[in-house]
Design a protein around this ligand. Structure first.
Ligand SMILES: *Cc1c(COP(=O)(O)O)cnc(C)c1O
Length: 378
């Protein structure tokens, strides 16, 4: 019997009312009233040049690969510890993935290993702000600028996180968001492309609309709506945008709830973790995190598995996370071998994520904490 879910999709405000309005507007295809509200919200809250909702973060990443004209043989630098979409979107265009190992503290791409991975074929660097804690952006921005490489932030975890007072997703020429069921803000399946480089804005609209200039046509900027470039269909239904906008409206409520849960876990587990050799998440003082995830690193794989079972026996669902990409079937096809990214290999075995969602109650969290404190390390 499940007593505490790892994640649970919930409504937080006007989701149903706005979906009803979308139907009454007689416009449930893409780019209706609610899609425009979502774009305006992201643009004004984050201060990005342009935001475009997409059908997923995966599709926003695919749009990045198209916008950057990734060709077969190009190299794209990616942290080894991330979701497959970060890399697959570029491999789909023929790129060779270059995996860089992660920091043992933040689990983000290790910027001290970045420059050594750059070659004349490097076209893009795609850092992931793991758990919504920003990467070391000053160094990454400096290297990518100096070496003239495109910077794309996979910000699936990091909406509203900041690095030195600046929002994650505003550092790269392009950045991507996810509104999948498992993320802080959700519409089931959805995403966004954030465009900070104005030179890419118009082409992004075209690629998202099947290679047509439909967006310019509707703004009255051209008098014909026609096929002008390559593209696909990357725009979500306005029904989903309506659901998502209702969640955006509750930004403060969602983020402050998640922050409370996160802080409670840390306060309750700090002493226990120190005593038992468990590593809690590191949040450097110059970063405001997005409170996407609470993870812990257990001393080894065996204890991690026992820990997950221990909680499961009490009806509590905790989960591990990414497997090292370089050791996947696809990674090995690119010539990677065990030992190539040792930190990721170790962390992947040790990491466990605790229940954290927008409706996790205080009583449920207490149950989780009690069960954890009860775990026997022998
Ligand atoms: C969730 C996630 C994605 C994919 O998001 P979708 O919206 O499901 O396509 C990509 N990258 C990271 C780091 C993610 O966590």
């Amino acid at each position: 019997m499940i007593k505490v879910d790892f994640n649970r999709p919930v409504t937080v405000g006007n989701e149903f009312e706005y979906m009803r309005q979308a139907i009454e507007n007689a416009k449930i295809s893409g780019d209706g009233v609610f899609t425009k509200k979502c774009h305006a919200f992201l643009e004004s809250e984050l201060g990005v040049r342009k935001a475009l909702l997409t059908t997923s973060c995966t599709h926003a990443l695919e749009m990045c690969a198209l916008l950057l004209e990734i060709q077969p043989g190009d190299e794209v630098i990616i942290p080894d510890f991330t979701f497959v979409s970060t890399v697959n979107a570029f491999v789909l265009r023929g790129a060779k993935p270059v995996f860089v190992d992660i920091h043992p503290d933040t689990l983000n791409l290790d910027e001290t290993k970045l420059e050594a991975a750059v070659t004349p074929r490097t076209k893009a660097v795609v850092p992931v702000h793991y758990a919504g804690v920003g990467c070391e952006m000053e160094v990454i921005v400096e290297i990518t600028k100096r070496r003239q490489i495109a910077l794309v932030e996979d910000n699936a975890h990091g909406l509203f996180g900041q690095y030195r007072g600046k929002y994650l997703g505003t550092f790269g020429a392009l950045a991507t968001q996810s509104f999948h069921e498992t993320k802080n803000f959700s519409c089931g399946e959805g995403g966004a492309l954030l465009i900070n480089d104005p030179a890419l804005a118009e082409r992004a609209e075209i690629i998202r609309e099947k290679g047509t200039n439909r967006a310019r046509f509707f703004r009255g900027q051209v008098d014909k709506y026609t096929w002008v470039d390559i593209g696909s269909s990357y725009l979500p239904s306005d029904l989903l945008a309506a659901f998502l906008y209702a969640q955006f409206e509750q930004r403060e409520k969602i983020q402050s709830h998640r922050k409370n849960v996160w802080n409670m876990y840390r306060a309750a587990l700090q002493e226990w973790a120190q005593k038992n050799g468990v590593q809690l998440p590191a949040v450097p003082p110059d970063r405001e995190q997005a409170y996407h995830m609470f993870y812990m690193l257990l001393p080894n794989l065996d204890l991690r598995q026992k820990f997950i079972m221990h909680l499961r026996e009490r009806g509590i669902y905790s989960v591990f996370h990414y497997l090292p990409l370089h050791l996947s079937d696809m990674g090995r096809r690119f010539g990677y071998r065990p030992g190539d990214c040792p930190v990721t290999e170790r962390v992947s075995d040790q990491l466990v994520r605790l229940p954290l969602h927008n409706e996790l109650s205080g009583a449920d969290q207490e149950m989780v904490i009690d069960a954890i404190l009860d775990f026997k390390f022998q």
